[in-house]
Write a protein that binds this ligand. Sequence first.
Ligand code: ADP
Length: 687
Amino acid sequence: MGKKIIDKQFLFLQAGGELGAMTREFDWASTAVGPVGTWPQSLLCTVSTLLHAKAPMFLWWGNELTQFYNDAYRPSLGSSGKHPTALGQRGEECWPEIWPVIKPLIDQVMYKGEPVWVEDQLIPIYRNGHLEDVYWTFGYSCVLNDDGKAEGVLVICNETTEKIKALKELQLHHQNLENLVQQAPVGMCIMEGKDHVVTVANSLIVEIWGKPINEVMNRPIFEALPDAKGQGLEELINDVYQTGNPFSASERPVSLLRNGTTETVYQNFVYEPYRDVNGQIKGVIAITVNVTDQVIAKQHLEQSERELLETKQHLEQELEAGKQMQQRKDEFLSIASHELKTPLTSIKAFNQIMLRSNSLEQMHSFNKRSAENIHRLEKLISDLLDVTKINLGKISYNFETFDFGKMLEESINSLQQTTKHTLVLTESCNTPYTGDRIRLEQVISNLITNAVKYSPEANRVVISCKCEHEGLVVGIQDFGIGIAPADINRLFDRYYRVDNTSMRFEGLGLGLYITSEILNRHNGSFWIESEVGKGSIFHFRLPIASEKTAEVIMQTPTKYLSNTIRIAYDAENEWLDVDWTGYQNMDTVKQGCLLMLDYLSANTCTRVVNDNTRVMGNWSDAVDWVGEIWFPMMAKAGLKYFAHIFSPSTFSKLSAQKSIDIMAGIVTTQYFTEKELAEKWIASCPQ
Ligand code: ADP
């Protein structure tokens, strides 16, 4: 029997560390379990297991729930508390502070045979000199005695106080971060997960979003703010979430539906990765400042600066124009004095000769030459008076109906008396026309006189009159010095004389100005075709009936045809093919252009081939409208590439060039003289 006891005690001696030694030395006879030698096999076995285990273990045994525990359990009892008293102590005596909590659990195991498993349970215990909050994850299981009856409760437990503390600290950190976000003087939010769910947001960022906070919180950001989608922000946030690389932007415009209206909000913002304790990216922190007011103020400032600069440039231009005008006036005065003085000097000289002469024949000749100079003087004075009247808006017109062809013939016949050039009328039309006959005779006389004057080497001037497209088109062709393209557009300006002609030819630079005024009052238009050294053709057109807008011949969703324009959407090549025909005026140009706009939008087209080959005359009055109003509308409707094929008419070419130049930089434009080349270019432009 004694040997058996030694054997059993030997088992404890095997190991068990501090608690093993203490258990062996303990006076168990003084406890309810009695001396070690009397212990049943089941107790010996359980205590042995407990002492050899690395997991914290604790055992209550017998009626008094006498206690055993191992080294691993030892720290749970603190440095100056229940250890070592707890060894061999009665459970109730050891744990008075928690006995009401754990006794029912012990009973549940002992008497009902139901094991217990509890995680992270707060069971405050008295240790280290005070009552401590201690968290436990533990399992209670029943230990049977040698008779198969429940006699003990084995506790395998783990103190999780440190883990809970860490968790609480983490919560605190989170709380601190949330407080920081809430109180930050800038807009801040935290978006978690791959869907960027808003978990924290302060009032400043909610104000920028322009939505009630409950519509945004705990929802994926782009689900809560669908209006913020498609502006590149998803990509940025995704990138920060995936790569952890922060992103910052300054004065970035974001269009948001704020309180019912779409507004552009400018923001300086930073996206930072939001990481967990292990450094893993949990989400994205957004920090943003609404700088809309500053940006708008800056834009206004820049706009004002631009306007100021424009005004300055405008004033400088006006000043320069004023200077040029003054210079031209001075030049004009000196020319005018010279021009007026020359015939007067001649008349004076002829008169003196006539006074001294006795020859009737000689007197007749000088009289005739004196009369010619008087006529020249009269013409100069009458031009000067006309310009004064035009300037004062006082020129009066007497409209009457007369035979235009007849008037033209009579004017030519009378002018033929004054020149050695042969005036050839190749074509005429005897059409009744309502206008100021005298003023129109003045137009014809000015143009024929110029044709004669500026073709000193030639001997004829060819005049034609056609009746076409509800208008009279008169052409006066000379074979003289011609006009350089750079001067053509300015000829109808007041006092404008081409530099190299002013010295060689008499004149005041008023004739064409008066001519253009008279034609304008008759709703007419004019244009010039000229080549230096070869001669010029001056055209003017007078509408007969009140000008009609285009007559529609065919209209489908992809095609339009009238007497002035043909528009066709070329579905195969995906461009708009436009062909203008005949004389154009403000109305026909506007109408055709607006139709082009319709067909461009309706067929979501970006490219246009605009053929002006068959355009005639001059549509300069529509230039500004086309450049400033229509082209921007076309650009807005999607126009990107515009191939323009010039009209052979210089004036139409000038008008097109001017309109398109106004638009330069917004739409890519190229000029062509051949349709084939225009189509080749447009085909190479991307959609
Ligand atoms: P003026 O002949 O008195 O100078 P106009 O107003 O009639 O004034 O003409 C303005 C300018 O236009 C002329 O100075 C001349 O340079 C140019 N011009 C007019 N007609 C012709 C023409 N047929 N050929 C060449 N140049 C012309």
